[in-house]
Design a protein around this ligand. Sequence first.
Ligand SMILES: [Zn+2]
Length: 228
Amino acid sequence: MASFKPSVALNSSHLSGSSHQQRASGEIHVFIGPMFAGKTTSLLRRIKSESNNGRNVAMIKSSKDTRYAINSVVTHDGVKFPCWALPDLTSFRQKIGEDAYEKLDVIGIDEAQFFEDLYDFCCKAADMDGKTIILAGLDGDYLRKSFGSVLDIIPLADTVTKLTARCEVCGKKAFFTFRKTAATETELIGGADVYMPLCRQHYINGVRVESAKVDHQSSCLEPATLAI
Ligand SMILES: [Zn+2]
């Protein structure tokens, strides 16, 4: 079998194709899990620790999520961090400015499931620009189906951590987000008023109970509500 021999020396200056100094290579770290699993808390802890180590950090969240504050990432237990609230990730570089972007070492992304351009942004920021990306997002929606592009990032990631919450019924580990209302849109922003974390057994029981309730209630409900 022929050995691989590049015809052009693969040194860093060739790969970067520019006069940039050699950059530290980027990294991507992902926190996934259901709601109330401490994803934002874990993200903030990592971002603060990077910042304490003297690295330049910035935090981005979706402008769709205005539950707690517009320009802060806030955990369910009230810890805050200033952030850029944006409709997409592509606009970040322009918003923060070229110089500021260049100086950034670490970019945190919260509620990553809301960004449609997540894959392209992370790929470029880590591979080309040498940034460390730390992101948190829901892997699944309330139907336990893939949510947004979060799962697309896994092949790009250095590390993936699936966090768990506590089942609201039995207190065991909860892996799933249960929606308490009959709304069926995938993106329904809400907190404990709309969602609760459940273990597998109670998630399945909950779906049965809700379906039975809908069945019983009447024929005027749309068939789609049975899908809760
Ligand atoms: Zn349970």
